[in-house]
Design a protein around this ligand. Structure first.
Ligand SMILES: CC(C)(COP(=O)(O)OP(=O)(O)OC[C@H]1O[C@@H](n2cnc3c(N)ncnc32)[C@H](O)[C@@H]1OP(=O)(O)O)[C@@H](O)C(=O)NCCC(=O)NCCS
Length: 305
């Protein structure tokens, strides 16, 4: 008996969860809760005697100038591994991409997954580019940081203070949006306007200097006892003042006091040296377990510059 490969098209988020969630890694349901995913999805499935033994969920993003297919999850049942199933699923995904005018494919994996040991070889055999480290995920428990020296910085320097994000007026929100358009004020991934439904109002603040908006910390609830610092930004003219540290302390304390979470996650771009060294300081020098590397593999099909 050999393996069969089936392709499902035009699936909504709910359909993928209902039919395929147990066969997704990382969990599609969890991902759909914390990210704005683009419907409809494709699913490539491998079966053996009618049983699902391998699966990938694909997201197609027709962005300009390059359209992208993200392999959101890739999984093969343990007893059927090392038989070329994942490789075949990725070949099928590539065909779907070509038929849909996609320029390149990507897949994300983490160094705390066992498969981190073989994902680069698996991709290399399918002529993907060498994977690159893209992001560092920092996971902090309140009890690990509350006694560290930086956490004692609770007072804001002169003329700095915070107000709640949810209390911003329409005019102030427009000020932030206009500044992004006119001078690309903050990187796209630090947009404070992401995932409004998950916003933790009690822990998200705007940093002000004499009333002027100079930064923010935006926190989202991503699990029962887990929050994510999705956007933490301070205008470059106001960095190095300790106001940014007081801003984090304020947000963390408010969240812990209100029993919303005791665990905090935030992501730092692997090339953002400034934020990486700040994260090391925040996590504590010996807290290496707090850091997870997120890697990305890519394959260009057409139109690479
Ligand atoms: C990653 C995963 C999908 C690979 O599935 P698979 O069907 O076993 O992979 P393939 O058989 O196509 O492997 C292709 C090549 O990758 C490498 N490889 C795969 N698994 C390996 C392992 N356990 N040890 C060493 N190399 C391995 C080998 O070079 C292999 O070729 P070979 O068997 O001819 O030597 C599977 O291990 C899995 O489901 N892991 C758990 C979920 C996960 O981590 N998914 C990754 C999400 S990005």
């Amino acid at each position: 008996m050999s393996y069969n490969y089936n392709v499902y098209r035009n699936l909504s988020t709910q359909e993928v969860i209902q039919k395929f969630e147990p066969y997704t890694f990382p969990s599609f349901r969890q991902k759909s809760k914390v990210r704005n995913l683009k419907e409809p999805f494709f699913v490539v499935e491998a079966t053996y005697n009618g049983e699902k033994v391998g699966l990938a969920v694909l997201e197609l993003l027709h962005n300009q100038p390059h359209s992208l297919m993200k392999i959101l999850s890739l999984w093969v049942k343990e007893e059927h591994r090392r038989r070329g199933i994942a490789s075949q699923i990725l070949r099928v995904a590539e065909k779907i991409a070509l038929n849909n005018q996609i320029n390149y494919l990507n897949i994300i994996f983490q160094n705390n997954w066992e498969s981190f040991k073989w994902m680069p070889t698996l991709l290399q055999k399918l002529a993907w580019n060498k994977p690159e480290k893209r992001t560092i995920l920092v996971k902090l428990a309140y009890k690990q940081v509350c006694d560290l020296p930086w956490f004692q910085i609770k007072d804001f320097p002169a003329n700095f203070y915070v107000t709640k994000w949810v209390e911003l007026t329409e005019t102030e929100l427009n000020y932030i949006k206009r500044k992004k358009v006119s001078e690309n004020w903050y990187p796209d991934e630090l947009s404070p306007f992401q995932l409004p439904d998950l916003l933790v109002a009690e822990g998200s603040f705007v940093l002000r200097y004499n009333e002027k908006i100079v930064g923010w910390i935006i926190i989202h609830k991503i699990g029962e006892q887990q929050v994510q610092v999705t956007s933490y930004f301070v205008d470059k003219d106001y960095r190095g003042t300790k106001a940014s540290i007081a801003l984090i302390v304020q947000a963390v304390e408010k969240i812990v006091k209100q029993n919303l979470s005791k665990e905090f996650i935030f992501m730092v771009s692997a090339d953002n040296k400034e934020m990486l060294s700040l994260s090391k300081k925040i996590a504590g020098e010996h807290n290496t377990g707090a850091f997870t590397e997120v890697w990305v593999g890519q394959k260009w099909l057409q139109g690479q510059i």
